[in-house]
Design a protein around this ligand. Structure first.
Ligand SMILES: O=C(O)CCC(=O)C(=O)O
Ligand SMILES: [Fe+2]
Length: 345
């Protein structure tokens, strides 16, 4: 139990590393802290007020911002598709994020996934602990803060990561998927792969490429579901659910329950949106980020697409080995992580 190890705030004897280790050793995550009855958040979660301030460029969730919304119905109709591709181009150039409607995934499948994440996190803690792991290459692993020991401040969330290869075979999945309701996760993964390929076609067209260009580059070859659980926080004004970062990988499809929390900053052809998640006094907020990032250990080299380079628009990024890029991202952790910017020419 989290309560057995003292991770409470103590200004006199604050040893951050010891506190991080103690927290990690509970294997019960942030939810475990909350269940132990704490009313003040441990210091490892407390952020400097400047970082938390609205002035840091974020729109506060109470000022609801409207990201571009793109309706995918009638996508096979040539005229409608042209309009959709144009919307995707504009949204990707200016926001780096958009919401999709009529994406073809039923609410039964979406709710099943969210419900599975909730049940996993709210099951008997001893059962959940069996999945606690810091092996970032593992197929299935639960932990609190993958970057716990490299980040400046811990995030108020727990995450179950599940990696899928392109061919999903239920039987091939380890038994450890059971607690998160293997069937609903597999079902969600299948649907999100179809949607991912649809989006890759639209993104290819929006870049002026053949529809199958990005799919042929194997941008949707594998994906990892990061199933986040943001427990209600007793002092949400002192911490964050997730530090400001932009995602690794080619693109991300995000599913979330009814509780808001995602905040955006828009920067400057298709941008990688920087975002962070606030902590809430209500909860849990549950989200599932599906990262289309190829496989870990992939020896494939990626660089700017030839068709998109010219004398006027020279290559802006170096060629990279996918595995090196992903390992670098994970080593740095979320804090202000700008992903591809480290590979600018
Ligand atoms: O929970 C969210 O809304 C966002 C999660 C996220 O940014 C991530 O997993 O990279
Ligand atoms: Fe993210």
């Amino acid at each position: 139990m989290a309560g057995e190890i003292d991770v409470s705030v103590d200004d006199q004897q604050y040893d951050r590393m010891e506190m991080l280790k103690a927290f990690d050793q509970t294997k019960a995550g942030v939810k475990g802290l909350l269940d132990s009855g704490l009313v003040k958040i441990p210091k490892i979660f407390v952020r400097p007020s400047e970082e938390l301030a609205e002035e840091s460029g974020y729109k506060h969730t109470t000022q609801l911002i409207q990201v571009p919304v793109i309706d995918l119905s009638d996508i096979q109709n040539a005229d409608k598709r042209k309009q959709i591709v144009e919307q995707v181009r504009i949204a990707s150039e200016t926001w780096g994020i958009f919401q999709v409607l009529n994406h073809g995934i039923s609410s039964t499948v979406l709710d099943g996934m969210i419900d599975g994440v909730r049940k996993f996190n709210e099951q008997d803690v001893e059962e959940k602990k069996k999945y606690y792991s810091r092996d970032l290459k593992g197929r299935v692993g639960f932990n609190s803060n993958f970057d716990l020991f490299s980040s400046k401040t811990a995030n108020w969330r727990d995450t179950l990561g599940i990696s899928f290869s392109d061919q999903i075979n239920t039987q091939e999945l380890p038994d450890s998927c059971r607690p998160i309701h293997r069937e609903s996760t597999v079902e969600y993964s299948k649907h999100v792969t179809v949607l991912g390929n649809t989006l890759l076609e639209l993104l290819s067209e929006a870049l002026g490429l053949k529809p199958d260009h990005l799919i042929k580059m194997e941008c949707s070859k594998g994906h990892r579901l990061s199933c986040h659980y943001y427990p209600a926080c007793p002092e949400p004004e002192l911490t964050l659910g997730a530090t400001k970062h932009s995602d690794p990988g080619f693109f991300t499809i995000l599913l979330q329950n009814q509780i808001n929390g995602l905040q955006l900053v828009s920067n400057g052809k298709f941008i990688s949106n920087q975002h962070r998640v606030v902590a809430n006094c209500i909860g849990p907020r549950i989200s599932v980020a599906c990262f289309f990032s190829g496989h870990f250990g992939e020896v494939k080299v990626y660089g700017p697409i030839e068709e998109l380079i010219s004398e006027e628009i020279p290559a802006k990024y170096k060629e990279i080995l996918l595995t090196d890029y992903m390992m670098k991202f994970l080593k740095i952790g979320l804090d202000d992580n700008l992903g591809l910017n480290y590979y600018k020419l």
